[in-house]
Design a protein around this ligand. Sequence first.
Ligand code: PLP
Length: 451
Amino acid sequence: MTLTSPDLDTDARVRANDRGHVFHSWSAQALIDPLPVAGGEGATFWDYAGNSYLDFSSQLVNLNLGHQHPDLVAAIQRQAGELATIQPAMANDVRGELARRIAEVAPEGMSKVFFTNGGADANENAVRMARLVTGKRKVLAMYRSYHGNTSTAITLTGDPRRWANEPADASVVHFFGPYAYRSAFHSASEEEETARALEHLEQTIILEGASTIGAIILETVVGTNGVLVPPPGYLPGVRALCDKYGIVYIADEVMVGFGRIGEWFAVDAFDVVPDLITFAKGVNSGYVPLGGVVISDAIAAHFDTVAFPGGLTYSGHPLACAPGVATFEVFERDGILERVRDLGERVVEPRLRAMAERHPSVGEVRGRGLFWAIELVRDRETREPLVPFNAAGPAAAPMTAFAAACKKAGLWPFTHFNRVHVAPPLVITEEELVRGLDIIDEALTVADEAA
Ligand code: PLP
């Protein structure tokens, strides 16, 4: 259903209720003006004022199958008619079917799934499993990472979102991951970056004490902290260190799992098998909250005769699992993984590389599939970021101006610090994708002027 004419009365009512009564996440309440959204379809959503937007954010990189996918909506409606809810201790058709489908596409030797309500509690539970299995409490996580906003997950998080919660549980230690463009190790090549980042991680393990470390958690492709694709050899190197020191390897695939880079699970692209994989978002495009942990058979066996102390009332909710099963059907029927790889290589990558040539404010473009970042700089030589790290308010003005130019042209962008992320729904048409990239190209002239 598309909006045919502006409905300013509804717009005003939604705004009044929202500003009067909704206390928003991550926001200073008096400084925000949330857009009232009336509806959406595929890669587009629209407001009540008659504006529509190409969604290049996928609503927090969540809506992999786009707005109002008819198969997902029908699956929820069907399930609601049959059995709207059942508690986690009971067996249920869609819950079991979804777990079976996930295990089928997970790496070999990972055949059990623990369902949660989202990504943060998936990470909480993965860490809890690792601690119980190893008997070791400390967890290593990257500085440039986001793992969620519940108590343990925000402590695992390495980026500034954790600061307001600190000092926190001291059993999380952060380390530097590979990031060739801004190497913490002054590497001259990707090979060097891999070697030095692994050397740094091993030193961290040794100095922290392998006998105290239960888990290492890392995003397979770092998401909100910059779409950092790991250089060749890095993840297998992490696997080897985990094996050497008896540490559980947790791959956080909340953002990149379920097709974002053209794989069911992103680890498949990097020749590595972790012990636990956490997921959420793309598993059912967030139509009903759902997340989970895919568990290696060895870790699952530990809990054969010992109870796992985890679970919430809504874990594995049937209304959430039903669109998860439908997601598998749509992915297979419509060849979603193949189209993501194709559109990434044939449409997105060459266009972004051409923008990098043309626009002096573009320092680097990087990514894979339908998951890319454009890193903006004041100066290509010094690589000084277009806005300072963690800038907000007036200090972030060039990024705000860039985003405003995109919105004016009908594109809803995803910007973070000095970066523009390109993460549209995986069902976006080629024409829409090209149109969106053209809007970004044009808006980059605003960034060029600010640089
Ligand atoms: N892990 C990663 C990599 C994420 O990107 C996110 C959310 O963006 C989370 C965990 C937290 O997921 P949720 O917001 O569903 O709790």
